[in-house]
Design a protein around this ligand. Structure first.
Ligand code: SME
Length: 159
């Protein structure tokens, strides 16, 4: 596990000057591909009162492509603006199940100018996969990508 190397890769992606949508997919790919315990990685973006799934990478698509703020672990993190770390998803009644193999989850809000604009959601097939280093690392990533998440959807998605 190499957080410094991943941050450097993300920095290079952000400085490439490509469209925001490509940037977010590339960041998701880095997170998924560099850390074995990051089984499924997705970015949700706020649209009104909902979280809408943007770029993701993992073995399977999720049915939860739109989650109302306040629902699930994703919705809790968006509502409070605080990172959620769930060591055992089966023991958390808020959990919205996506994949049968998921054992633990981390959701890191992405804030821009004091407002939650999205979040990074990572599921792991390992129980209690996310430690304080993962949390600090992903909070740093959220800070780095927040400008790319704060633009209106019309400029994020190329037509
Ligand atoms: N488990 C999440 C839903 C999203 S999936 O993990 C991709 C939740 O409880 O909010």
């Amino acid at each position: 596990m190499n957080h410094t190397g991943a941050l450097e890769a993300i920095d290079r992606i952000l400085n490439r000057g490509t469209g925001a949508d490509g940037v977010l997919q590339a960041v998701v790919d880095v997170l998924h591909d560099r850390f074995r315990h990051y089984s499924w990685v997705g970015i949700y973006l706020i649209e009104g009162d909902d979280l809408v799934l943007g770029p993701w990478k993992g073995p399977q698509a999720t049915e939860h492509v739109r989650i109302p703020v306040g629902q699930g672990i994703c919705g809790a993190a968006a509502a409070t603006g605080r990172t959620e770390v769930v060591d055992d998803v089966d023991a958390d009644e808020r959990y919205l199940a996506c994949f049968p193999l998921t054992r633990s989850e981390i959701v890191v809000p992405i804030a821009h100018e004091g407002q939650v604009v999205g979040e990074i959601d990572i599921d792991s097939d390992r129980q209690a996969a996310f430690d304080s280093d993962d949390r600090a690392f992903l909070e740093r990533v959220a800070l780095l990508i927040s400008p790319a998440c704060s633009r209106p959807a019309s400029t994020r998605i190329p037509r």
